[in-house]
Design a protein around this ligand. Structure first.
Ligand code: ADP
Ligand code: ADP
Length: 226
């Protein structure tokens, strides 16, 4: 349901961050993207949610031809993909509830629907009791759970996580991996760029390794060996 065919990305400064990448990810898969810093993991993921435009090749995500997508259709593509980041990217002046609700408000959802869905996703990440707190009143792990809840609000078929545990201690990182395992077990595709070798080796999934923009290995139940 995600297919890249000979995809390359050249930034305007001349750096080719992704080189001739071809791969296919089926609905419901859990895929780790590993590789040294600067190898192109973020860029590869940004191409999928069309935060960056590809320079060459073809990329389809579900029904969307991302290589040819018109700007006005990008919001619809993004509703199929929930994204989470290392630094959470929560809105600091909004409560937990409001941060999650916001993702639904921008789609024009009705208040009643929003209320139900926010409760549901906060329950899923175990944060029901923190709904009225502000991000800076929460631990890093709790903030990442809010970000996950927000990413799930629109019932995306895909979650893309760019180094989601990079700012978290080992125990909290494990909890975040477990939340993503649960989400994946419910049928959502999870694509995670990560440096967390221990957890990649423990929670076994497909591992795609990138080096200098090229996919150098792709293994079912792979190990983290950089
Ligand atoms: P990773 O996520 O593996 O650390 P990135 O995809 O962030 O790798 O970066 C891959 C390469 O592309 C690096 O050389 C980086 O400096 C470069 N790069 C990333 N973003 C941009 C950008 N917006 N403009 C120019 N070069 C970029
Ligand atoms: P992350 O790796 O945490 O996803 P970024 O994607 O912001 O972080 O940046 C990754 C790399 O790309 C960094 O090395 C950064 O210096 C480089 N980079 C980001 N934006 C640009 C840019 N506009 N021009 C050149 N390099 C960039």
């Amino acid at each position: 349901m995600i297919q890249l065919t000979h995809v390359s990305k050249r930034y305007s400064n001349g750096i080719v961050a992704v080189k001739d990448a071809s791969l296919r990810i089926e609905q419901g898969e859990f895929v780790y993207i590993i590789g040294p810093s600067g190898s192109g993991k973020s860029t590869l993921m940004k191409l999928m949610y069309r935060d960056e435009r590809l320079s060459k090749g073809k990329l389809t995500v579900g029904p969307y031809q991302v290589h040819a997508i018109k700007n006005r259709h990008i919001p619809k593509l993004r509703r199929h993909i929930g994204v989470i980041f290392q630094d959470f990217k929560l809105l600091p002046k909004l409560t937990v509830y409001e941060n999650v609700a916001y993702a639904l408000e921008v789609t024009g959802a009705k208040k009643k629907v929003i209320k139900e869905r926010v409760r549901e996703v906060l329950h899923l990440v175990g944060l029901t009791r923190k709904a009225n707190q502000f991000p800076d009143e929460l631990s890093g792990g709790e903030q990442q759970r809010v970000a996950i809840a927000r990413a799930l609000a629109n019932e995306p078929s895909i979650i893309i996580a760019d180094e989601p545990t990079g700012n978290l201690d080992p125990k909290t990182a494990r909890e975040i991996f477990e939340v993503l395992e649960t989400i994946n077990a419910q049928g959502t595709t999870v694509i995670m760029g990560t440096h967390n070798n221990q957890l990649v080796d423990q929670y076994k999934h497909r591992v795609i390794q990138i080096e200098a923009g090229r996919i150098v290995s792709d293994e079912v139940e792979g190990d983290y060996n950089l």
